[in-house]
Write a protein that binds this ligand. Structure first.
Ligand SMILES: [Mg+2]
Length: 389
C-alpha cells in the first residue's frame, strides 16, 4: 500500500433547519432572520460531502456548506469543478502532500477556493486515519480539548433576542453574536437591552450582513461602541473593500469581513488596506485547512485575532474544533459553531459534545467522527459522483 488517493466520491445534499429556526428565519426582520438580503428565505443548508479513498480503502471526509448569496457557487458547480478540473491533481497523490496539491491547484485553476478546500479538508482526515492520530496533530498538535462557544442570536424583535440570549447564558454561553442592521437607532436599542439583561461581563459581537452604506455603518457602530463590542462583522457590501477601510478608519471597534473574504489574498488585501482588525474563518473560507493555517500565521504576525464562525454539519464542525484545539492562541474570540442548533440532522453517528457552552474535541483518528450513511442517503439531492484514478 502506498497510501495513495485512488477514488473521490462527492454527494450533494440539502438539510432543512429545525422547525423553530425556520420560523425564526421567516418571521425575522424582512423575513430574513439572520441572513443577507436575498429574495429566497434561508430555510436550510446545501452541502457537498467529499470522500477521499486510498488504495487500502482508508477514507477521509470533507464537508462544505454552500449558499449562493454568500459563496456564489452551487453544489453542482463544486462537483463539476472537481470532476473536470481538480481531481487529477489529487488522484494518485498522497494525502500528506497538501502543499504540493495546493500549488498544483493554484497553478492550473484560479480561484474556486470552496472546491479546492473541500478536497484539502478531506486530506487532513485521511492523514489522521492513516496514522491513527487526531487531525489536530497535523495542524500544530493538540493544545486544548475543549473550545468555548459563542451563541448566535437572529435579528428579530428585541424582546425575543434578549430572551434567546438569556437561554444560552443559563446553559453556560459567555459570548454572543447579535445580528443587527435594522437602523442606527433600533440597533442601539437592541444592544442596550442586551447589556441591561446580561450585564457587562459577557462578550458581545455584532453582524450586520452588509446592511449599511459606509457612512451609515460608521454611525451605527459608533452608536453601540459605548456598550463594549469585541468586533463588528461585514457592515457594508461584500465586495466594498474601500468601504470597509472607510468604516474601519473611523471606528474603534475592529471589523471582520465575512461575505467579503474568500481567499488568503482577500484577507491580506483587507489587512493591508486597513479594512479589518479580525480574521474570520469558516469551513469554506479561505479554502481548506492548509489555507486556514497560512492565513492564521499571517494574522498572528500582524497581531490580529481570529474567530471561527459557521453553521456546519458534524464533519466540518469537528474540523473547526480540531483547528481551534491545535491553535487556541490564534482564536481570541469564542468559536461560533451553530450547525448543531440550526439543522435537523448533523450527518454524524455519535454527536459532538457541546454541553456547558463548550465544544469537546472528538476522540479517535482524523476528525474523530463517523459519517451516518443512512442520513447521507436521506438528505442527498442527487447521485454520488465517483471519480477514479
Ligand atoms: Mg456573517
Amino acid at each position: 500500500m502506498k497510501n495513495e488517493i485512488v477514488r473521490i466520491e462527492l454527494t450533494p445534499l440539502y438539510v432543512p433547519f429545525r422547525p423553530e429556526i425556520r420560523q425564526a428565519m421567516e418571521s425575522g426582520a424582512g423575513g430574513l432572520g439572520m441572513a443577507i438580503g436575498a429574495e429566497e428565505a434561508w430555510l436550510g443548508g446545501d452541502f457537498v460531502i467529499c470522500k477521499l479513498i486510498c488504495d487500502d480503502d482508508t477514507t477521509g471526509l470533507g464537508e462544505s456548506f454552500v449558499w449562493l448569496p454568500e459563496t456564489g457557487i452551487s453544489p453542482d458547480q463544486i462537483i463539476s469543478t472537481i470532476k473536470g478540473c481538480l481531481a487529477k491533481y489529487v488522484l494518485g497523490e498522497s494525502p500528506f502532500n497538501v502543499e504540493r496539491i495546493q500549488q498544483r491547484f493554484d497553478a492550473n485553476i484560479t480561484r474556486n477556493e470552496v472546491a479546492k478546500g473541500l478536497l484539502d479538508k478531506a486530506c487532513y482526515d485521511l492523514m489522521g486515519k492513516i496514522t491513527g492520530r487526531p487531525a489536530c496533530h497535523f495542524m500544530g498538535g493538540q493544545t486544548v480539548s475543549e473550545i468555548p462557544l459563542a451563541a448566535l442570536i437572529p435579528l428579530t424583535d428585541t424582546e425575543t433576542m434578549v430572551r434567546l440570549a438569556e437561554v444560552f447564558h443559563k446553559v453556560g454561553y459567555q459570548a454572543f453574536r447579535l445580528k443587527l442592521g435594522k437602523g442606527v437607532k433600533e440597533d442601539r436599542e437592541i444592544v442596550e437591552s442586551f447589556r441591561d439583561a446580561l450585564g457587562s461581563d459577557v462578550a458581545l459581537r455584532v453582524d450586520y450582513n452588509q446592511a449599511y452604506e459606509p457612512p451609515e455603518a460608521v454611525r451605527a457602530i459608533k452608536a453601540i461602541e459605548p456598550f463594549g463590542i469585541d468586533f463588528a462583522e461585514q457592515p457594508v457590501n461584500a465586495d466594498d473593500y474601500l468601504g470597509m477601510a472607510y468604516v474601519q478608519k473611523r471606528v474603534d471597534t475592529p471589523l471582520m469581513a465575512h461575505e467579503g473574504c474568500f481567499s488568503v489574498r482577500d484577507f491580506v488585501t483587507l489587512v493591508e488596506l486597513g479594512a479589518v482588525g479580525v480574521l474570520g474563518l469558516n469551513s469554506e473560507r479561505p479554502g481548506g485547512v492548509t489555507n486556514a493555517i497560512k492565513v492564521l500565521n499571517y494574522a498572528e504576525l500582524r497581531g490580529i485575532g481570529a474567530v471561527l464562525h459557521n453553521q456546519p454539519l458534524g464533519i466540518a464542525s469537528a474540523m473547526h474544533i480540531h483547528l481551534a484545539a491545535a491553535r487556541p492562541h490564534n482564536f481570541w474570540y469564542e468559536t461560533e459553531l451553530f450547525g448543531y442548533v440550526m439543522f435537523e440532522d448533523d450527518l454524524i453517528k455519535d454527536p459532538i459534545d457541546y454541553s456547558d457552552g463548550k465544544a469537546k474535541l472528538p476522540r479517535g483518528p482524523g476528525w474523530g467522527v463517523e459519517l451516518d450513511e443512512e442520513a447521507l442517503a436521506k438528505y442527498a439531492t442527487g447521485p454520488t459522483t465517483v471519480i477514479k484514478k
